[in-house]
Write a protein that binds this ligand. Sequence first.
Ligand SMILES: Nc1ncnc2c1ncn2[C@@H]1O[C@H](COP(=O)(O)OP(=O)(O)OP(=O)(O)O)[C@@H](O)[C@H]1O
Length: 350
Amino acid sequence: MKFFDRDKEIKEILSILELEPNRINFIYGPINCGKTTLIKHIVENELNKDEYVVFYINLREHFISRYDDFIKVLFDIKEESKLKTFLSAFLKDIPNNLYGIPIPKNILNEYLKGEDTKDIFAYISNFLEEINKKKKKPVLIIDELQKIGDLKINGYLIYELFNFFVDLTKEKHLCHVLCLSSDSLFIEKIYNEAMLEGRCRYILVDDFDKETALKFMDFLAEDILGRKLSNEDKELIYSYVGGKIVDIILVIEELRIKELKTILEELLTEKTNKIMYLLYDIKEEDENFYNKIMNALKLFKNSYEVAYGQISKRIVEFLVKKNILFLNPQKGTLKPQSYLIWNAIKRLLK
Ligand SMILES: Nc1ncnc2c1ncn2[C@@H]1O[C@H](COP(=O)(O)OP(=O)(O)OP(=O)(O)O)[C@@H](O)[C@H]1O
């Protein structure tokens, strides 16, 4: 699939990377809005390869339940045993794109004997310093950071990591740090975390707005169907799935074999049923909680976005965890995770 648009977000992220690293950057947005695709596009097509060295670490692909698991994910483990020879070989011909910080196996094993991140973070810092000396700018990207949000070793690992990131950015200006997450409860926690105040920047990647969504439909229709869609069809698609990229792709792909109205009704019925079954389960378990959930959902009957304070924290947490609502801590608002979910909520409330 060819990459589409995101000019504004690309410009914003490139303008951050042009400057000296000074903050931790959090890239957040609703589920499946295209955060990973955007970052991969920037790394592969927009960054000057002579200037940047990117370390892309995706926690989604890994099972992380212990300290060792996390540390291993950070690194690209090499067989070489002598640090000096290993480093000079690496610095002679630095690749632009890596999936972990290179480290000799024996050194990593030494570090893993204790549960102290101090030596490990010192190793990474020194490594990044060497890259800086070669006039290259390192960029550390951590995708799905919330996966280690609850991991504890002598306190929460995430706080140690944030301290380290502050050191790399605000203190030493050694490395750009981009953290991606679609868990808006996690982002909200960070947003309100005193130790991170003034040390972070938040970049929202949202679903496409209406104008872009309609253009995306034109682009896909040409690409997948080899024909144009009528304005009425595009408006109809938007009224069901809004600017959610994955949903628009699905609709256009299905158009090869099904009628538009059938596709849209099937999608909405499926989503409505899923939420309905969830609500049935809650009602069975706790009728009082169910009533509170229904009252919260009623707020969305006539509005796509509502102020955060209108719904109690416990209900917000539940609906966000179940991927029904998306919380925007910067704006202090809540909205359904997608237009399709919004339509499903409205259908359930009828
Ligand atoms: N700008 C784009 N142009 C074309 N297709 C896109 C674009 N952005 C996203 N997509 C498509 O949408 C799908 C979902 O995007 P992606 O996985 O990047 O979302 P995400 O926000 O990282 O998801 P998650 O909520 O799981 O973190 C991708 O597989 C890709 O095919």
